[in-house]
Design a protein around this ligand. Sequence first.
Ligand SMILES: C[S@@+](CC[C@H](N)C(=O)[O-])C[C@H]1O[C@@H](n2cnc3c(N)ncnc32)[C@H](O)[C@@H]1O
Length: 283
Amino acid sequence: MEQPVRCLNVQGEHSVKRLFTSHQIIGREGETVTLYELARLILRCVNSVSPHVNSIVRLLRSNNEAGFEMMSDKPIAFAAYETLAESYAAVIDTKPHNAYCERPATLSLLPAVKNKRVLDAGCGPGVYSQWLIERGASVVALDASPKMVELAKERLGETAEVRQADLGKPLTFLDTSAFDIVLSPLVLEYIEDWHNTFAEFYRVLRPTGHLIFSVTHPFSDYLYFKSNNYFETELVGSEWRGFKPVRVHMPSFRRSLSATLNPLIEAGFYLERILEPKPTEEF
Ligand SMILES: C[S@@+](CC[C@H](N)C(=O)[O-])C[C@H]1O[C@@H](n2cnc3c(N)ncnc32)[C@H](O)[C@@H]1O
């Protein structure tokens, strides 16, 4: 069976070639490519997975060292989050997907946070930072969107250090081994190359520190975006309508399970737990 794949171009910031970054370029805009046999098999295995399921990963920093190799361009979702910021902040405390599925699951993976130094990497309007501060953590919160940074500052006041920063670039303003926990919920799908980002998370974590992050589930993304290239990291996008009255086209990178996990291991982390959350009663 052949299915058409639409190769997206990306507003001049990335070329089509960069979308197909591995050993082969297998399609150009509008061309049809063949599904890999293994991708078919996976599709059969996972066809009951909800498109909105997240996978959440907790990792332990090991003692390896890792370097920073390449800088990414301007964040792909910059414009979308600038447009969305206020609507996002208005509903995010109670939006069911976040409040009754992703957040409880992600928080359940955190070790004790009292008196711990936590980096909230991609803080948005600061919901996670607020939770951490209320439980005795000291927080540095980063986000690429100036509007999100402003909203997080409004929410957190003087209780946290909030800064604008692109997680696709080196975090040179952060000291090495400065944090007990790096928490990055629902952010990494906007970054193409995770090696550099995880290398930086590794660098700023103390030995025995934890990285906890949530991302959309690789299998559900594969189905949701009707990909024909399971093994490629692809630029995808969809219209977000859940933050009324604003609608935005939200770009993101879809990747395979191995492309999700291997960069972590290559950065020096040990995998402690993967959680595929189910909604809570309140959902
Ligand atoms: C879905 S929101 C999640 C916000 C927050 N973690 C939460 O769960 O409420 C994604 C956030 O990632 C930020 N973001 C996207 N790309 C980024 C990048 N390259 N560097 C830093 N932040 C980024 C966006 O501005 C946005 O605030």
